[in-house]
Design a protein around this ligand. Structure first.
Ligand code: PMP
Length: 395
């Protein structure tokens, strides 16, 4: 018995490029010591005070079905956060609480796209994007942001690709590049969305982790709130990846429809997780800065180490938990470099190619090891690249 075409073709034909990650994990399982700079997972665990909030809520009996749209206090807390951060009038009716940003990405595309619609996303991209778009029956169409443009999407390229499209998914601060979109980029994107009548889906899960520049939510631009769906999450900002707590923010009529979708898919988020999320948000911006600070420190460590060499070109890491390094001077592909580095130095990084064609010849380094271990891994990586560049014939 065949499963549906949709489920069989969810991941498309592109190589998902996660072979390296799986290989690193099997080496670790076999007892080898591997320094992992692969996935976007903090090297700290969820704060004990937030864990206590989970236990307290569960012990108080919040273990039954919670309200599907989210508990009113959390919807209000998220609405207030968006009002405070962007100035856009936002009420609980504009917010659906979801099991993580991932479910919010899925719900947003469900709201935006009909079967067969063209749904654009920017390449390089977060790994789940094309599959999420295909999961709602839309056609996933990558639009390249190129290294020579600092991985900022170009308005003319977008405008052309957007003809006849239904939606555009963007992500700033960006995974995998670590780039923060400039005010010009965001204004250009908003113009394209208006000119081509697109839904703009704005993935802002790294909005508290900005080291250079400022995070600008396109929802705050004139006329954009009615066509923008913002994806948010506590995963990165509060080190709560495993708690699965996120949201969609958008026009009340759309959120109303998405509540119906949630009723028929997730049936909401556990009440004790929502209570803990409410508590986590009450810790304020200071706590969010504390969670983000290690990534900024490691970005600085990496920049200092890179300053003394010519082989690796760093894309300026301006936010999120990643740095993208151009290793083309070694003569290797991103995949070739990552595999050789894993074999020679037992350091795991992600090949740029696993995030789309635009990041070919790059590697993504997650800033997710304690400072000393990170500095050690980065020095060895640079030494390795320098040696490879000196002996390209060895490949
Ligand atoms: N968007 C981006 C860009 C991400 O990097 C991630 C997680 N790595 C997500 C969305 C999903 O995050 P979550 O479901 O944990 O909120």
């Amino acid at each position: 018995m065949q499963p549906s075409t949709r489920i069989r073709t969810l991941t498309g034909t592109e190589d998902d490029g996660w072979g390296l990650f799986i290989r690193a994990r099997s080496m670790i399982a076999a007892g080898e010591e591997v320094l992992e700079l692969t996935i976007g997972e903090h090297d700290i665990r969820t704060d004990p005070r937030i864990l206590e909030a989970i236990f307290r809520s569960a012990r108080d009996g919040h273990t039954g079905y919670a309200m599907v749209p989210g508990i009113p206090k959390l919807r209000e807390a998220v609405a207030k956060r968006l009002r405070d951060r962007t100035g856009v009038p936002t009420t609980p009716d504009n917010i659906l609480i979801t099991p993580g940003g991932q479910a919010a990405l899925f719900a947003s595309h469900h709201a935006a796209c009909d079967q067969g619609d063209r749904a654009l996303f920017i390449d390089p991209y977060y790994a789940t994007y094309p599959g999420t778009i295909r999961a709602v029956g839309a056609e996933a169409v990558p639009v390249q942001a190129r290294p020579e443009d600092g991985f900022q999407p170009r308005q003319d390229v977008l405008m052309e690709a957007a003809q006849g499209a239904r939606s555009l998914l963007i992500n700033t601060p960006n995974n995998p590049t670590g780039v923060v979109y400039t005010p010009d980029t965001i204004a250009g994107i908003a113009e394209v969305a208006e000119a081509q009548d697109l839904w703009l889906i704005s993935d802002e899960v790294y909005d508290t982790q900005v080291w250079d520049g400022h995070h600008i939510s396109p929802r705050a631009l004139p006329g954009m709130a009615e066509r923008t769906l913002v994806v948010g999450s506590l995963s990165k900002s509060h080190a709560m990846t495993g708690s699965r707590l996120g949201w969609v923010a958008g026009p009340a009529e759309v959120i109303d429809r998405l509540i119906t979708l949630a009723t028929h898919t997730t049936y909401g988020v556990p009440g004790y997780i929502q209570d803990a999320g409410l508590y986590a948000l009450s810790l304020g911006a200071e706590f969010e800065a504390e969670i983000g600070a290690p990534f900024r420190r490691r970005r600085d460590i990496l920049n200092a180490l890179l300053a003394g060499q010519q082989v690796i070109r760093a894309v300026p890491a301006q936010g999120a938990m990643y740095a993208m390094l151009d290793i083309r001077a070694t003569g290797l592909t991103g995949e070739g470099f990552a595999n050789a580095l894993l074999d020679a130095e037992k350091i795991a990084v992600m090949p740029g190619e696993s995030f789309g064609d635009a990041a070919a010849g790059h590697i993504r380094v997650a800033l997710t090891l304690p400072d000393d271990a990170f500095a050690e891994a980065a020095s060895r990586l640079i030494r390795f690249a320098t040696a490879r560049a000196a002996t390209p014939a060895a490949e």
